[in-house]
Design a protein around this ligand. Structure first.
Ligand SMILES: *Cc1c(COP(=O)(O)O)cnc(C)c1O
Length: 266
């Protein structure tokens, strides 16, 4: 047993996340999340500067995103590309707001991502890598990418099987507009903290194996893992990016099964 085995998930509190309707609400929620990040880092003996908070604004109207920007958010995560693209268009006047697409992408929508996103966290096929690279080159842009790995073994989750990641990553240098930053995963959605932790451990161990794979010769610095209900556990296991929506924007009306079909929602 390590010192932090007892860190629980907070999925049961989903309905309790306060809605943010003013800049002050966002400042309060962001400060509360940042305090939780710092506490988790202290427990894990980590420097909080090594954990980036990515606020996730999916389902929220553009006006809310504007408030989040006023409260200091400079990059927002969205899991559906068309929704993200619409908000990008509506918020062009902000100038310094960047976009991270964190959800599964169909190859035929690569063009949209290439147009406006700075980061894409759900890369899981070479067909998609090829389409993104081609569209990015046409736009004269490049994109930070994370390879999504399925660490829960659930058939409903997108992402590569861990054993397929090494070959996949070795093929990525063929797509020069994609800058590989690291790995991303969604843990099992469960109140069983130990099983959630195992997903994060799997991603960390996979990165260690991949780093030893000299043929890849790539940095793989980032581990994007953890959301409102489980980011403290993810930080304890090495997360460098946490994707947090509800704890910043307020509880979503729809259950998570709406975004990730097949989830048990326990
Ligand atoms: C919605 C979402 C999150 C954030 O979940 P919250 O419960 O709102 O914190 C994280 N990652 C992905 C891929 C998402 O779609």
């Amino acid at each position: 047993m390590s010192a932090h085995d007892a860190t629980p998930t907070r999925h049961a509190q989903h309905g309790l996340y306060p809605e943010a309707r003013t800049v002050q609400d966002f400042e309060r929620n962001l400060a509360a999340v940042q305090a939780r990040i710092e506490a988790a880092c202290r427990r894990a003996g980590r420097d909080a500067a090594g954990v980036r908070l990515l606020p996730v604004s999916k389902t929220q109207p553009a006006d809310c995103l504007r408030l989040a920007h006023s409260a200091g958010c400079r990059m927002l995560g969205e899991n559906k590309v068309q929704e993200a693209h619409g908000k990008w268009q509506a918020l062009q006047d902000l100038g310094d707001l960047q976009w991270s697409v964190i959800g599964h992408l169909q190859t035929n929508k690569a063009k949209l991502v290439a147009r406006f996103a700075s980061e894409f966290q759900a890369l899981d096929s070479l067909r998609l890598a090829e389409a993104l690279d081609r569209r990015l080159q046409a736009e004269g842009r490049s994109l930070d990418v994370f390879v999504q790995v399925n660490t829960s073994g659930e058939a409903s989750k997108y992402g590569l099987a861990p054993e397929d990641a090494a070959a996949f990553i070795r093929a990525l240098p063929a797509f020069p507009a994609l800058r590989l930053r690291g790995l991303m995963t969604l843990a099992l959605f469960s109140s069983d903290a130990e099983r959630v932790r195992q997903c994060f451990v799997r991603l960390r161990l996979l990165r260690e194996r991949l780093r030893q794979d000299q043929a890849a010769g790539l940095a793989l610095d980032e581990l994007s893992m953890g959301m409102s209900g489980d980011f403290e556990i993810a930080i304890e296991e090495g997360a460098t990016v946490v994707r947090v929506g509800q704890a910043i924007f307020g509880a979503r009306a729809l259950p998570d099964s709406h975004y990730w079909p097949g989830e048990a929602g326990t």
